[in-house]
Design a protein around this ligand. Sequence first.
Ligand SMILES: [Zn+2]
Length: 370
Amino acid sequence: MKTETVPLAGPSPGTTRSLTRHHWGHGDARPKVYLQGGLHADEMPGPLALYHLMALLDEAEAEGRITGHIVVVPLANPIGLSEWLLHKPVGRRDLEGAQNFNRGYPDLAALAGGALAGKLGADAAANVRAIRKAFAESLSDLRPETEVDELRLRLIEGSFDADHVLDLHCDHHAVMHHYTSSAQAGIGELLGRAVGSKLALIADLSGGNAFDEAHTAPWRDLRARFPDHPIPDPCFATTLEYRGQQDVSDPLALADAEGLMAFISAVGAIIDGPQLLHPPAETAPLAGAVEFFAPIGGIVSWITVPGDRVEEGQVLGHITDAALRRRLPITAPTTGLLFRQELWTSCLKGQGLCHVAGTEIRRQGDLLSN
Ligand SMILES: [Zn+2]
């Protein structure tokens, strides 16, 4: 095991932070599996699971079972972790520019595409090597302006050449689910069977260049740009939502660490890992996941829970304006799996309150919530 401390230049005099990356296995070994948690710094189930995973990786290393290269960044967002406002952790957006920490990652295809002209051939594996080299060079040329940009760059520098990228998040109240592209669908199925994700939301382009998408979209873009050369999808990347923000406990995190070990073993980065214990996740198009928006502000109460299967129009809960003695229903915006609900027990008019994953395409454009 090797630990790397990556400094972030401070945004103001007297202020610096650092990012900690832990490595198991040889740096050149494949597959390279990259896991990070806490990119949204108010989401702690992932970091606690990674804490327990690291102990399991130490054991595997002591027993000589590590065959690939495993990188763990348990707390991916030291900026967000320090941001509290009015006694609450903020964590999702930076307080200086209100940017979502999981958007706006460098567009590797745009950065490296020009340099790749004339450098690709008929051998797909050689093309992957040439493209990863060009990605590394273009990242080393970037000069980030803000601390948030620097954090994004330092994170992707550690992950851009990985075979598998798992970005561990959580939702408000939710069942375990994950977002991914169609790249390497077989690995996505293994992931569900390993960690127990209930729902895979699939989109090839969800908009905003989130961390996971920044690892898969460039290969598709380069295929379109260089159609005469074979360019595969060498990276599986996902945003894995470890249930809700309050689902933080050692029993859950230990079981989740075992599930991650099962995944790492199934993709061949360790040997003799845990078995795949779960059925594959149900899949649905991200464009079929529809949100219910509050028609009035008020008190939010539920008569359903995440994981319920619901019919379009079914009453899921209520918004109550106790001052005016008025109550309106929260209704299912489509038929499918109610997979998440908001954490808060009050809402503003227009606020999104829950999502139902249906199979029918209902949305276009940017598909991610802010
Ligand atoms: Zn998140």
